[in-house]
Design a protein around this ligand. Structure first.
Ligand SMILES: *Cc1c(COP(=O)(O)O)cnc(C)c1O
Length: 229
């Protein structure tokens, strides 16, 4: 089933990419709550990028799966847990405060590394969501850009949960525009190479609007069961 799902998602991705972006979208398989066996199955289909939203789960999976997997931290990150994933995550998508960025930088500098991060944007101004509000984005980026141990590579958003993907197009467009706006400011130590947006329900629309990374969980691994934990 996982294999068929991956084939289908890859096909949908290819069909959604604008002509000048053919083959450029990266698929992140969101494996949160799913067992190691399911991740191994996706790995055997060629997937190397996996997304997790809990520190402990990422750590445990990291330890028992192939070393060439790139683990993406896509969930809200508490400062006291940064030290556990600083050597394990390839990219942290969920930086939304200076204090968190400072902690990441501190832990990275200790290990003489630079941690690539994305700034999470609450693009639809939802109370329930993490992320910096669009009007505060440039200010936060300017502050974070001065930290030695982090490198801003782009932006991430979790769009509203909608039945009709088309309703999120406006938010994906707004994210693309923010990314272009920031890029034109030419801030030192800041790149806008990565726009991480689009999930199972709306990744095709996100790609049409310029997503570089899409994060697909349910569409690959099936529904998640949180009930029996
Ligand atoms: C769970 C999750 C996803 C994947 O959601 P699906 O709807 O299952 O594809 C993507 N991004 C983040 C931040 C998530 O927490």
């Amino acid at each position: 089933m996982i294999r068929e799902n991956i084939m289908q998602v890859l096909e949908n991705i290819a069909a959604s990419e604008p002509e000048d972006r053919a083959g450029k979208t990266k698929l992140i398989a969101v494996s949160k709550t799913k067992p190691v066996s399911a991740i191994q199955e996706a790995y055997d289909c060629g997937i190397r990028d996996f997304g997790e939203n809990k520190v402990q789960e990422l750590q445990e999976k990291y330890d028992c799966l192939p070393a060439d997997i790139r683990w993406h931290m896509i969930g809200h990150l508490q400062r006291n847990k940064v030290k556990y994933i600083i050597d394990k995550a390839a990219l942290i998508h969920s930086v939304d405060s200076l204090r968190l960025a400072e902690e990441i930088s501190k832990e990275a500098v200790k290990r003489e590394k630079v941690m690539p991060v994305l700034i999470e944007v609450n693009i639809a101004d939802e109370d329930s969501k993490f992320g910096v509000h669009p009007q505060d984005l440039e200010g936060l980026i300017r502050q974070v850009s001065s930290l030695k141990g982090v490198k801003i590579e782009g932006l991430m958003t979790v769009a509203p949960f909608v039945e009709i993907a088309e309703e999120n197009r406006q938010y994906f467009q707004a994210m693309k525009q923010l990314s272009v706006d920031i890029m034109t400011k030419n801030i030192d130590n800041v790149d806008m190479n990565i726009l991480s947006m689009g999930m199972t329900g709306d990744y095709q629309v996100a790609i049409q609007e310029g997503a570089d990374y899409v994060r697909v969980g349910t569409g690959i691994f099936g529904e998640r069961d949180y009930g029996t934990e």
